[in-house]
Ligand binder design. Structure first.
Ligand code: ADP
Ligand code: MG
Length: 358
């Protein structure tokens, strides 16, 4: 594969206007970009990934051809999701071990499949790596990635490999499946439905605050940040038992993600501050601030709605399930405090480019 962005930059007098990019390409002869690749060149790296990736009989053709060839289970439809993991946006090399970056990269994709009540079938990994990146970083990234892939029995069935001019970029695509018409959508919540969350919230954000404050923290004391576990089994349980009317995964923070679900369902919500399960983190163990549980991203728990008549177990697949409020008519989301005081809950979770527009 050839790619124009990997040519050396044209002289400055040819740069500058957006329209100049295309004509320049005519003057440049293609260079195969693997020439500049990380210590292992593209072909060798792909061969290494191929050797390490788990094979699966459901994938007829995986790594090695132009496309993967695979079949969906009979009567199912495809779920497809893609998520970036960008250096200095989603992770920092000084904060996150390469295994953690690999784990989180795949976890983000699997969490989206969980949020639809689906089962993952195959993962695709596109990597852009700077030329000076040590091969050891790539090996350890793959180790973290493939360990989670094995745990969830998701074969790595393809991807792309390129040189990045700056920073590491990893894009994960996960293909999943769900029986036709049975995906749990964001749009199914109805006034009167109860709202539930899985696990505990705010652990991801609390870890991030500590990292920003320059503190050294141990990954084992902050598992939700460093090793989030996608809630696939819970999503499947809810879908198989037809328990949930709507669902979303909490990647950007409760206030933001509940906002997305309410927008799609054209409803509002009331959340009880006291009922929000706050994460226990650190040593000695602390409970995170309500603010982090409300607005912090990166927890990868599930939020779902269900009519009150549906019996929702207190635990599913070993994870606690907590009712935190209800869906209302109208479009607003209110937080109800200890004293019963209602305040408007604005989305304050993570949003890219927000800094630019405000
Ligand atoms: P093409 O040029 O046809 O896109 P490539 O040479 O980029 O093919 O890739 C060869 C094979 O290796 C393909 O099957 C592709 O899916 C797989 N592949 C490339 N990069 C990766 C990666 N980072 N992880 C997994 N598979 C990869
Ligand atoms: Mg390719």
């Amino acid at each position: 594969m050839y790619f124009w962005a990997c040519y050396p930059l044209p002289p400055s007098h040819l740069r500058g206007t957006a329209g100049s990019a295309t004509p320049i390409l005519r003057f440049l002869r293609p260079i195969r970009y693997s020439v500049f690749a990380v210590p292992l060149a593209e072909k060798a790296l792909i061969a290494q990934i191929r050797a390490k990736a788990r094979r699966d009989p459901a994938i007829r053709i995986g790594i090695g051809d132009d496309c993967a060839v695979l079949q969906l289970p009979r009567g199912h439809e495809a779920l497809l999701t893609t998520d970036f993991s960008l250096e200095d946006v989603h992770f920092r090399r000084s904060w996150h071990a390469p295994e953690v970056v690999g784990h989180r990269c795949l976890a983000r994709g699997l969490s989206d499949i969980a949020a639809m009540g689906g089962e993952p079938l195959a993962a695709f990994l596109s990597l852009a790596l700077p030329a000076r990146l040590p091969q050891n970083w790539v090996d350890r990234f793959l180790q973290g990635f493939l360990a989670l892939a094995r745990q969830f029995r998701v074969p790595l069935a393809g991807g792309d490999t390129a040189q990045s001019p700056a920073g590491i970029l990893a894009d994960i695509v996960v293909l999943g499946s769900v029986p036709r018409g049975r995906a749990i959508l964001r749009s199914g919540a109805r006034p009167g439905d109860s709202i539930y969350v899985t696990g505990e919230l705010g652990g991801g954000a609390d870890a991030l605050h500590r990292l920003y404050a320059g503190k050294r923290i141990k990954p084992e004391h902050y598992p939700r940040h460093f090793h989030p576990i996608p809630r696939i089994a819970i999503g499947l349980f809810l879908r198989e038992h037809r328990l949930a009317t709507a669902m979303i995964d909490l990647s950007d923070g409760l206030s933001t993600d509940l906002g997305h679900l309410c927008d799609e369902s054209k409803v509002g919500a009331e959340i009880l501050a006291d009922s929000i399960p706050r994460a226990s983190v650190g040593r000695p163990v602390r409970t995170v601030d309500l603010k982090d549980a409300l607005h912090g991203g990166d927890d990868y728990e599930l939020l779902f709605t269900a009519p009150p008549r549906n019996q929702i177990p207190r635990r599913i697949a070993g994870v606690s399930i907590t009712p935190i409020g209800r869906i209302t008519r109208g479009k607003k989301i209110f937080l109800i405090g200890e004293s019963g005081k209602r305040s408007l809950l604005k989305p304050q979770g993570w949003e890219h480019f927000r800094g630019r527009s405000r």
